[in-house]
Design a protein around this ligand. Structure first.
Ligand code: HEM
Length: 416
């Protein structure tokens, strides 16, 4: 908190908040369930029921004014070159999502399992003989971009450059809502890449989801070029950043909970439960932004049409009214019936099954192959952004092991 002890201040860009936002979140839930930030001018909802209802009520809480606070704008003011479904309300959103869901199917995701395992193993192979690594730089940072690129049909040689741009896009300055020049350059780097990429494709040429979408029409309507570009940028950003951060968050958390880490080493098949608890307890997406389409009153506060509202997933997922007295405890045995880590309602994360699979496989393989890892907590470096939480660097040491690529010639290849 940047202000005096007693004053409740929530600024999602304050670096000081990022180390432990949960005490502030508790105060928001308890003292100001409809909190107004007068400097940055936004409301915050932090109780589980309120956040869930707001996600559900798209007629009141619109996505069309932007879903990141720093990208907010008047409802309906759309970018001419790049339209993302995440920033549309039904019925426009429904149509877009229906089209994308035709090509991005559960079967397609399930078919990625072996490829994802090979990709993760290849990165582990690169470090396993050494006994030290930077978990983020060497393993958890690069692998989700390989996975989403393989799905989209982005050539292997372009993936590092795309990852560089996607990482720059999220950079924010301490306490400030303004987009730094680096973030804007990152966005245009991605956009320009796909403007050029689309020109090289023909509908249905078999080069992944992008080409499949080019060939598709639903109810007599295909995606326009700005919508296709919106699809590409959204999938790269959403598919890479949140998953990367989720896996490193998991390792960092388990390293501080040795008993639970031992359970995962003893039985790596508990990985799905671990991932679910990390999505609840310390989600890589901390909030989503909405814009009010009408005046409403909540918790005695008068909120006005056009106001910004932050739906604070991180706080809702620690609400004792939903998760009981131990809501603030990390417990891989919890198996929550529901949480808001992937949002709720119309925009529920389209990549949830893929993210869960990537997380499961990475946690399984890291615990099978680097199971006695030690995190250097003095040297780790936090990644600072607005709504994304994670690590920029997580140095680890472990007992050296053997490469899998020595024993199978299939591993080590990059799926195309
Ligand atoms: C740990 C990983 C992930 C987390 C925590 C996460 C979180 C979220 C959340 C909270 C939303 C709801 C946004 C809103 O209501 O405004 C969302 C939407 C979305 N996510 Fe994810 N996501 C993850 C991984 C992925 C992956 C791997 C993909 C790519 C395939 C993806 C693609 C999307 C898309 C396309 C949407 C928009 C859906 C729509 O507008 O209908 N996400 N995600």
């Amino acid at each position: 908190m940047s202000a005096s002890q007693n004053e409740l201040v929530y600024n999602p860009y304050a670096f000081a908040l990022h180390d432990d936002p949960y005490a502030t979140y508790q105060r928001l839930r308890d003292e100001a369930p409809a909190y107004w930030n007068p400097d940055l001018e936004f409301w915050v909802l932090s109780r589980f029921d309120d956040v869930l209802q707001a996600f559900r009520d798209f007629e009141t809480f619109s996505s069309a004014g932007g879903v990141a606070l720093e990208n907010r704008r008047p409802i309906g003011q759309v970018s001419p070159e790049n339209q993302q479904m995440i920033e549309l309300d039904p019925p426009d959103h429904t149509h877009f999502r229906k089209l994308v869901s035709r090509v991005f199917t559960g079967r397609r995701v399930a078919e990625m399992e072996d490829d994802i395992r090979s990709i993760v193993d290849r990165y582990i192979d690169n470090v396993i003989e050494v006994g030290t690594a930077d978990l983020v730089t060497d393993i958890t940072g690069p692998f989700p971009m390989d996975v989403i690129s393989a799905l989209l049909g982005v050539p292997a040689e372009d993936r590092d450059a795309l990852r560089y741009e996607a990482d720059r896009l999220l950079v924010r300055e301490d306490g400030s809502m303004d987009l730094p020049a680096e973030a804007i350059e990152g966005f245009f780097g991605l956009l320009n890449y796909f403007i050029a990429d689309l020109k090289t494709r023909t509908p249905g040429d078999g080069r992944g989801l992008i080409s499949d979408l080019l060939a598709l029409e639903v109810d007599g309507r295909a995606l326009s070029e700005p919508e296709l570009l919106g699809f590409c940028t959204l999938f790269v950003i959403a598919g890479h950043e949140t998953t990367t951060k989720m896996v490193a968050n998991t390792i960092e958390l388990l390293s501080r909970h040795p008993d639970q880490r031992s359970q995962v080493v003893a039985d790596p098949t508990v990985a799905p439960a671990v991932i679910e608890e990390v999505l609840r307890f310390h989600n890589s997406t901390q909030y989503m932004h909405r814009t009010l389409t009408r005046d409403i009153e909540m918790h005695g506060q008068q909120m006005h049409e056009g106001d910004s509202v932050v739906l604070l997933i991180g706080a809702a997922n620690h609400d004792p009214d939903e998760f009981g007295a131990t809501a603030g405890v990390f417990d891989i045995g919890r198996r929550p019936e529901r949480h808001l880590g992937f949002g709720y309602g119309a925009h529920f994360c389209l990549g949830a099954a893929l993210a869960r699979m990537e997380g499961r496989i990475a946690i399984e393989q890291i615990h099978r192959r680097l199971g006695d890892y030690q995190v250097d907590h003095d040297a780790k470096v936090r990644f600072h952004s607005g709504n994304v939480t994670g690590w920029e660097s997580l140095p680890i040491t472990f007992t050296p092991g053997q490469k899998l690529s020595d024993t199978t010639n299939q591993r080590g290849s990059t799926p195309s």
